[in-house]
Design a binder for this molecule. Structure first.
Ligand SMILES: Nc1ncnc2c1ncn2[C@@H]1O[C@H](COP(=O)(O)OP(=O)(O)OP(=O)(O)O)[C@@H](O)[C@H]1O
Length: 256
């Protein structure tokens, strides 16, 4: 079953056609990698699926129903969470505060009042639960500022935040790009943990070993559209790169 689907997405920037009648399909429970050369249109596709860009044409379907994602808030309300490379965190705020940024829990009885009071204990407990569910409780202190965490731990908090609120789909944009070997390992394990919890993931990455390790299927993007979808078990990394760059003819797949 398709969890998130797009048909005929087109987005132009002046004369540049960033998306050219692009199709897309994320199935329930899978990790789908999106690969493509620089400028192929991957970011634009992801922005269209996360409400950050409004396509000129085409449609997006969530669980078979057409949805209008007019803003990132719209996408989040539909259960689509995106973790951008920049992570969008406030370094000086605590882990718990960062997990709740924009959706803070208020103390009972204070909802809608002018004087709002944050329910800090409940937020801290929730953050601790979510991090430990994902095996991230090596982070001892939920009140420590995010700026004291390593790059991998920050990525972990961002993914945990997405998993905690993204009930349907998580989009990860180059989650290992800035990380060392050990830190990347933890993020790849985390991706597998999130999948095991039944949440499908879209992974945009230039790192072929990482893609081949965790992806169930690979969407190859070229010149603004989906060129093919391959099973990493059937192809080598060199094959994937050749399809992406046009050096080798891509296989015809039933979904392409
Ligand atoms: N806001 C914008 N204004 C003008 N052109 C844009 C804009 N965003 C993207 N483009 C153009 O659209 C095309 C696709 O860009 P996009 O960023 O989606 O590619 P990408 O596959 O994500 O590339 P990369 O791997 O380098 O991040 C490029 O030619 C790019 O220059």
């Amino acid at each position: 079953m398709a969890m998130l689907e797009a048909k005929g997405l087109t987005k132009r920037y002046g004369k540049v056609v960033a998306l050219d009648r692009c199709d897309f399909e994320l199935r329930a429970g899978e990790v789908l990698a999106v690969i493509g050369d620089n400028g192929a249109g991957k970011s634009t596709l992801i922005k269209a699926l996360s409400g950050a860009v409004t396509p000129d044409a085409g449609e997006v379907l969530l669980e078979g129903r057409r949805v209008r994602l007019a803003s990132p808030t719209d996408a989040r309300e539909h259960g689509i969470e995106t973790v951008y490379q920049t992570l969008a965190m406030s370094p000086a705020l605590s882990i718990a505060d960062n997990m709740f940024m924009g959706r803070e829990l208020l103390r009972a009885g204070w909802q809608g009042k002018i004087l709002r009071r944050l329910d800090k204990p409940r937020m801290a407990a929730f953050a601790r639960d979510k991090l430990s569910e994902l095996g991230l409780m090596t982070i001892q202190n939920i009140d420590q500022p995010v700026e004291t965490l390593s790059g991998g731990q920050r990525q972990g908090v961002a993914v945990a935040r997405a998993a905690a609120f993204g009930s349907k789909v998580i989009i990860l944009d180059e989650p290992t790009a800035a990380l060392g070997v050990k830190e990347s390992r933890r993020v790849l394990d985390l991706i597998q943990d999130v999948r095991a919890r039944g949440i499908p993931i879209i992974l945009i990455s230039h790192n072929m070993p990482h893609v081949f390790e965790v992806a169930d299927r690979i969407h190859v993007h070229r010149l603004g559209k989906r060129l093919c979808v391959i099973d990493p078990k059937d192809y080598t990394m060199a094959d994937a790169v050749s399809f992406m760059t046009g050096a080798k003819e891509a296989p015809v797949t039933e979904t392409a």
